[in-house]
Design a protein around this ligand. Structure first.
Ligand SMILES: *Cc1c(COP(=O)(O)O)cnc(C)c1O
Length: 401
């Protein structure tokens, strides 16, 4: 393969993994919507025979458009390889079911994307996998939770939805000592903000549905890491469990990734401005954004994030006030969409009541609940600040606050 003659992150985002189509000289990459590929020789098709220069065989093994995106993401992350999956949840499932087996123990962030929390709590024990849920901001608790059979620690930073950070370097030291793998859901921090490889994360996971795609029109997931770890994932999760990404989604997400560094600059600029405006608004009682000096872990954010991304949360008092405002937002907002999901060019906002999450998805202990409340009070509005003119976002929020 030709060696890259560039090193800039934006050039990498645009060019890595792609190039003019050799058959047509088309400048833009084609979409290879082919499930199977004509074999030029009678080759075996066991997944175990797969090598780097295996010919294209069947799209669950590999597809040229999906491979293009995998190379692009691996290049941005600065790691050897990546596996694209059908969704972010498929990526989380891939990690758990590839690297854990009966009798193993996994430590998972006590607060995380609700689907991941429920998967770890409800599904893994059915396969004989022991789970412990820990507040990852409490390093003593992480250390105390480690066991002889701990094979994996799964963090999320910043954590959905409360934007609490994990000191990745410190947790990496703990996992290293124990010989366990460290996986991290970096969906909120993105490949631009997370410094994931430099901090020693073994399995870098993203819901590609969010910032990587960036336009709210495709669902996907990705795990990036060393060749040996990703090969295991490709065999188990891709070829055998089958949760692979469609070429069409890979093409859309690849187009999104091309502008990721540029978009993240504007996302951060808009979010910082909006967070500061919210902090000064009389109806707002609290704002959490890693890029604000008032964030309880601002020093850690400065140390381990290259970009603060554009997820913020704010409070307006008690749960009743929050519910009332949520209703008003769903009726009256004209620019911001009252909707779940995040990382799109359009701004999105959604109400997240504290009790529901503490007792529902997360089932937190008393002490964990107290830590959650420190960040979320009686409930938060989780906002994904988009790429619109920030003045219009401010006017829109002014309409309802
Ligand atoms: C959305 C999200 C997921 C799940 O991703 P899907 O693509 O919706 O399956 C996992 N983790 C985080 C942090 C997310 O925001």
């Amino acid at each position: 393969m030709k060696k890259n003659t560039y090193s800039g992150i934006q050039t990498t985002a645009i060019h890595a993994g792609e190039g003019p189509d050799p058959t047509t000289n088309a400048s833009a990459p084609p979409i290879h919507m082919s499930s199977t590929f004509v074999s030029e020789e009678a080759a075996g098709f066991s997944a175990h025979d797969l090598t780097d220069d295996s010919p294209w065989l069947y799209a669950r093994w590999a597809n040229p458009t999906v491979s293009m995106l995998e190379k692009k993401i691996a290049a941005i992350e600065g790691v050897e390889d990546a596996l694209c999956t059908a969704s972010g949840m498929a990526a989380a499932t891939a990690i758990f079911l590839t690297f854990l087996q009966k009798g193993d123990h996994v430590i998972v962030s006590d607060v995380s994307y609700a689907g991941v929390a429920e998967l770890a709590r409800d599904t893994l024990p059915r396969f004989g996998i022991e789970t412990t849920f820990v507040d990852m901001a409490d390093l003593e608790a992480v250390e105390a939770a480690m066991r002889k059979n701990t094979k994996l620690v799964h963090i999320e930073t910043p954590v959905n939805p409360i934007l609490r950070l994990t000191d990745v370097k410190a947790v990496k030291e703990i996992t290293l000592k124990a010989g366990a793998l460290l996986s991290a859901d970096c969906t909120f921090s993105t490949p631009i903000g997370a410094k994931a490889n430099a901090l020693g994360i073994d399995l870098i996971m993203h819901s590609a549905t969010k910032y990587l795609c960036g336009h709210g029109d495709a669902v996907g997931g990705v795990i990036a890491g060393s060749k040996s770890l990703i090969s295991k994932l490709r065999l188990e999760a891709g070829i055998h469990h089958g949760g692979v990404m469609s070429p069409f989604n890979a093409w859309l997400i690849s187009r999104g990734v091309s502008t990721l560094p540029l978009r993240m600059e504007v996302h951060q600029k808009n979010a910082t401005k909006l967070a500061k405006w919210l902090e000064n608004h009389p109806s707002v009682t609290d704002v959490k954004y890693p890029g604000l000096e008032s964030h309880p872990q601002y020093d850690l954010a400065l140390k381990q994030m290259n970009n603060f991304s554009a997820m913020l949360s704010f409070q307006v008092g008690n749960e009743e006030a929050g519910k009332k405002l949520a209703n008003k937002m769903s009726q009256k907002l004209e620019v911001i969409h009252y909707a779940v999901s995040l990382g799109h060019h359009r701004s999105l906002i959604f109400w997240m009541p504290t009790e529901d999450l503490i007792n529902g998805s997360f089932k937190l202990t008393k002490r964990q609940g107290e830590s959650y409340r420190k960040y979320a009070g009686d409930g938060i509005f989780r906002m994904s600040v988009g790429l619109e003119d920030v003045e219009d976002l401010i006017l829109d929020l002014e309409r309802v606050l």
